[in-house]
Design a binder for this molecule. Structure first.
Ligand SMILES: Cc1cc2nc3c(=O)[nH]c(=O)nc-3n(C[C@H](O)[C@H](O)[C@H](O)COP(=O)(O)O)c2cc1C
Length: 445
């Protein structure tokens, strides 16, 4: 496989609204988008127009927010949303999260491979161990230790991949003359028995155009690195700055090499959020407006921002529409425990008001660029050329118009700069990610 010089893009679709939890109240947004599958289809089609390699639906099977002011974080069901998208798109990859803790491997193998066949080889499975107590409770269990969750994940992935390979590539003879539908010699049980999971197989589903779904992973620690290095072709990661992103990417590549794989066959996608305006001020205004829907949230954000820069800040002690007073700024320092702190401090020192520093998204869980399309492209270019990541998992602030803004304004700049492809390389997700064909378990590929 030749080394790629272009970044890859995943559009992260969570709920139907966007990254910011008040996005459902923005003018133009369908406030009921949660149940509107067309909204997923429309955005996926836009992303396909922009040649995104994939859409990615994160998922935690639980209600994790207060539905008073907020929308659900996750879709009604990612696989059903992707099924609708599969029927209306041709090239874009379709990746969904399914937990290795809450799902039987046979169900995972069956659903993902069926969708892979239906979509002609465009599917990926983001295998996560899940550590949300509310989700565990929905399955009548408690969150297990990390060691145990990852032991389950290894078993789950091995069984799923073995099931995927249990219908051999040339088993489907479809011999109407001779009356042989398939060669049963080539569709065999897997008989895998683990400590947590077991499956007999076979899985009665033929290969797709890419063989089987692509494996993705998102998770932390040494266990996460090992799982990724051993099985994953894509990793969704949450680095906050170039240095930590680069370190993470190198660790993933080394982990893949330890398992005898080509490091280029594992791609990292760094989470990234954006708010695009015709000017930086307009981008920021979008975020100020989003913040204004929930004024009751602002005091806790102000105090959180204070903790990032070593200050006790409250709505009573400061005017958030003014820059921080000089005596406070003199005492401020970037909290070394929080990689987002240096940017927060930098913006405060530039003399921005506290409200505007918050509007820049300094306490969001991904880096945020609020500004022009050129500023967004500059950010992506800087990270990519620094070797910090292979691609980005981009999350618009407001899905309703944010996806179109990115596709129409940022993608052409990236293409112009030679940083992003202008056409899909092939028809399958594997081809478009530049990773090898795989059928069956990782060990037998
Ligand atoms: C970028 C990223 C995306 C994730 N996406 C999901 C998700 O969609 N659903 C989920 O249940 N967990 C998700 N996780 C959580 C992991 O599965 C894991 O539970 C979490 O990282 C904490 O456990 P660990 O550090 O022991 O892996 C994600 C983690 C990361 C880093």
């Amino acid at each position: 496989m030749t080394k790629r010089k272009e970044m890859q893009l995943a559009l992260q679709m969570i709920s139907g609204y966007g990254a910011e939890f008040s996005a459902w109240r923005m003018p133009g947004t369908d406030p009921a988008a949660y149940t509107n599958t067309d909204s997923y289809v429309e955005r996926a089609k836009l992303a396909e127009k922009g040649k995104f390699q994939m859409i990615f639906i994160a998922d935690t099977p639980a209600l994790t927010v207060d539905l008073g002011p907020q929308t659900p974080m996750f879709p009604m069901d990612p696989m059903l949303a992707l099924m609708a998208v599969a029927r209306e798109t041709e090239h874009i990859g379709l990746v969904a999260t399914h937990s290795t803790t809450f799902n039987q491997p046979y169900n995972i193998a069956r659903q993902f491979k069926a969708l892979d066949v239906i979509s002609h080889g465009r599917v990926g499975w983001n295998a996560v161990t899940s550590s949300t107590p509310a989700a565990a409770a929905n399955f009548g269990i408690q969150v297990a230790s990390r060691k145990e969750r990852y032991a389950m994940a290894h078993e789950s992935i091995q069984i799923v991949q073995a099931l995927w390979g249990s219908w051999e590539p040339d088993a489907w003879t479809l011999d109407t003359e001779g009356g042989q539908f398939a060669d049963m010699e080539k569709i065999q049980p897997i008989n895998l028995q683990g400590h947590y999971y077991a499956s007999r197989g076979p899985l009665p589903i033929p290969p797709s155009e890419q063989g089987q779904p692509v494996l993705f992973q998102a998770g932390g620690g040494a266990e996460g690195l090992e799982l990724a290095g051993r099985y994953a072709s894509g990793v969704y990661a949450n680095p906050y700055d170039i240095a930590s992103a680069r370190e993470h990417r190198q660790a993933l590549r080394q982990s893949a090499a330890r398992f005898g794989r080509n490091p280029d066959d594992i791609k990292m996608y760094a989470g990234f959020m954006f708010s695009i305006g015709a000017t930086e001020e307009e981008g920021l205004e979008r975020r100020r407006q989003l913040m204004s829907f929930n004024p009751e949230e602002i005091p806790s954000r102000v105090s959180y921002l204070g903790s990032m820069v070593g200050l006790r800040l409250s709505m009573n002690s400061i005017d958030i529409d003014q820059p921080l007073p000089g005596d406070l700024l003199d005492r401020a320092y970037a909290n070394p425990q929080d990689p987002r702190s240096s940017r927060a401090l930098q913006l405060l020192k530039q003399g921005l008001s506290v409200r505007d520093v918050l509007a820049h998204g300094v306490i969001n869980y991904h880096p945020v660029v609020a500004g022009t399309a050129v500023q967004v492209a500059d950010f992506l270019e800087e990270w990519f050329l620094a070797g910090a990541t292979d691609g980005f998992s981009v999350v618009p602030d407001i899905a309703y118009d944010g996806v179109a803004d990115f596709v129409e304004q940022v993608v052409p700049i990236l293409q112009e700069r030679g940083l992003f492809h202008k056409e899909y390389e092939g028809k399958t997700l594997r081809e478009n990610m530049g990773i090898p064909y795989q059928y069956g378990s990782a060990e037998t590929k």
